[in-house]
Design a protein around this ligand. Structure first.
Ligand code: OGA
Ligand code: MN
Length: 200
């Protein structure tokens, strides 16, 4: 956890290898859903348009269904508390989905949060691809706000990537295998949005 906090303070992102041991990853993999929905981008956007930007399928995560998933959410809660203690981000809640990229699927370069529009502050992506090897594709490319490539991250099993949502444009290269991950976001409390609603 110390390394994560240090890296977030210094660089704004961290690649945490072996975040989970192989047995825990295997248990989490057991909880991978069999039902999927085509991923969307905003709330009301056209699905055809969306699939040109991202072609993965997702399933939102709920608590109290699978022990392994609850354990994962508990770990995210530990991260939330530590980050709040040392970075004062005021992270309030966590939302996450399983994602499946089938061969040919990708996600073009994007930011997870847009100023004034969203309240996602910190992104997590956890990978569950046991036999990933060079040539399987699906790497995560992380850029800075000047579009300089910072990292090419293979989606190997047990690895957790954490980054400030507003600071790092990123993309998922075309996968050539079935690529499984859990993407999640810590949000701040949407107090401002609520106030705006009241004033309408
Ligand atoms: C996302 C995302 C990255 C990945 O779902 O917003 O950028 O490596 N995922 O799966
Ligand atoms: Mn993203």
């Amino acid at each position: 956890m110390e390394k994560l906090i240090d890296a977030l303070i210094t660089h704004g992102y961290y690649v945490w290898d072996d975040f989970l041991d192989p047995k825990s990853v295997a248990q989490l993999r057991e909880a991978i859903p069999s039902q999927w929905k085509q991923a969307r981008i905003g709330r009301n956007e056209d699905l055809v348009k969306a699939t040109k930007i991202r072609s993965d399928k997702i399933q939102w995560i709920k608590r109290d269904k699978e022990v392994a998933v609850d354990h994962y959410l508990d770990l995210m809660e530990e991260i939330r508390l530590s980050v709040n203690r040392y970075l004062y981000l005021g992270l309030f809640e966590y939302e996450a989905h399983f994602a499946k990229y089938e061969p040919g699927d990708f996600y073009q370069k994007h930011l997870d949060s847009f100023q004034g529009q969203e309240n996602r502050k910190l992104t997590t992506v956890f990978y569950m691809n046991e036999h990933w090897s060079e040539g399987d594709g699906g790497e995560l490319l992380v850029y800075d706000l000047d579009d300089q490539l910072l990292e090419k991250v293979p989606p190997v099993s047990g690895r957790l990537v954490v980054f400030l949502s507003e600071m790092f444009p990123h993309e998922v290269l075309t996968s050539h295998i079935n690529r499984y991950s859990i993407a999640g976001w810590f949000r701040i409390n949407g107090v401002r949005d609520n106030l705006l609603d009241i004033s309408k």
